[in-house]
Design a protein. Structure first.
Length: 355
């Protein structure tokens, strides 16, 4: 696999010239990367059949567009993403172009954490969105204002931060809405915080959806509403919020659950485990070992306990140590290998399904 897009630009230019003007990609006039908002489609960017239409190959500024686009994206908890890998993949056909073209597969995240994997089309451009499960700011100008506001927050100048963030948040910038909620919550202005978290939640931000659910549960900044809280928690879970998946799983297991509720809880724990939540990994591992809600599987159960143990979960540490004593050295070597492979594998899309 080729590590950068540079080598295919010249090939593309020749192909386009041969195919005629009809094959030209529709690049934006000013080549400015701007986001239209969060994607309404959960597969956007994560599925090769629904790539990010970034363009830039014909204009020879694809690498710059990649840098700019990913500078506007953040993890669900507000951490900036950086491009860790950019390589070609997935040949496809374009109308009017005789030879196959290739998508780019781009991995972005933080050092030491499993990256997000995205599919990007550098030969066609179209409306740009933030992939589901991520925070985003809408433009480079907004990103600069946001950075200044966050610097003010860290320095304790929250009045200036709010003044800078408010116009962006009112204009629909999801990152600004989330940060407004955080700043006001830190100032104990829970009514104001709830309003901004609610706006970001309606834009599909899972952490804000979970915050709205918690505030509705407790009546913090808003009249308590258990039914509305449950609805927002389900939405957060469906958008890949591991804590909400855990909460729903524990609720399903409370009391004397029937087989269907237990299976549903196991499914949600599996999703939260796969998203990297150590408590869910430990709980799901225990359910596999017990055969509760899922077919009994000691090997997979030990693998999940091992993953949770490596993440520092105390419950997993105790259970893993006790169970390992009854296993052969060969089995435990396989368990350790499987846990290591899981930890190093590429990240799945951060969009889950919780029913």
């Amino acid at each position: 696999m080729k590590r950068t897009a540079t080598g295919i630009v010249a090939v593309f230019m020749l192909v386009v010239a041969a195919a005629g003007a009809a094959a030209q990609p529709t690049a934006s006039d000013d080549r400015t990367v701007r986001l239209a908002g969060p994607s309404p489609d959960a597969t956007y960017g994560y599925d090769r059949k629904n790539p990010i239409l970034l363009g830039g190959m014909a204009e020879r500024d694809f690498d710059k567009r990649v840098e700019t686009y990913f500078s506007l994206l953040f993890s669900a908890d507000g951490q900036p993403l950086k491009v860790l890998l950019n390589e070609t993949c997935c040949p496809f056909r374009a109308p009017g172009v005789a030879d196959p073209l290739s998508l780019q597969v781009i991995e972005a995240g933080q050092d030491g954490k499993r990256p997000f994997r995205f599919y990007v089309n550098g030969f066609q451009d179209g409306p740009l969105h933030a992939p589901r499960g991520l925070l985003a700011t809408l433009s480079e100008d907004n990103a600069e204002i946001l950075q200044g506001a966050l610097d003010n927050v860290r320095a304790g100048f929250t009045d200036g931060a709010i003044q800078a963030l408010r116009p962006l948040a009112e204009a629909g910038d999801m990152m600004a809405q989330y940060q407004m909620g955080r700043v006001l919550a830190d100032r104990k202005d829970f009514k104001g915080a709830y309003g901004w978290f609610l706006m970001a939640a309606k834009n599909g931000h899972s952490v804000s959806q979970a915050a709205v659910a918690s505030m509705l549960d407790a009546g913090t900044g808003v009249t308590a509403d258990e039914q509305a809280a449950a609805s927002w928690r389900r939405q957060a879970a469906s958008n890949g919020h591991a804590g909400s998946l855990m909460a729903l799983a524990l609720a399903a297991l409370s009391g004397n659950p029937d087989a269907a509720a237990t299976a549903r809880a196991a499914s949600m724990l599996r999703l939260a485990a796969d998203l990297g939540d150590p408590a869910a990994q430990a709980a799901y591992g225990a359910m596999l070992i017990q055969g509760r809600g899922v077919p009994k599987d000691n090997f997979q159960g030990l693998m999940w306990l091992r993953v949770a143990r490596e993440a520092g979960n105390a419950n997993a540490e105790a259970a893993y140590t006790a169970l390992a004593a009854s296993q052969t050295a060969q089995t435990m070597a396989r368990v350790e290998q499987a846990a290591d492979q899981w930890s190093k594998r590429r990240s799945p899309p951060p969009v889950a399904s919780a029913k």
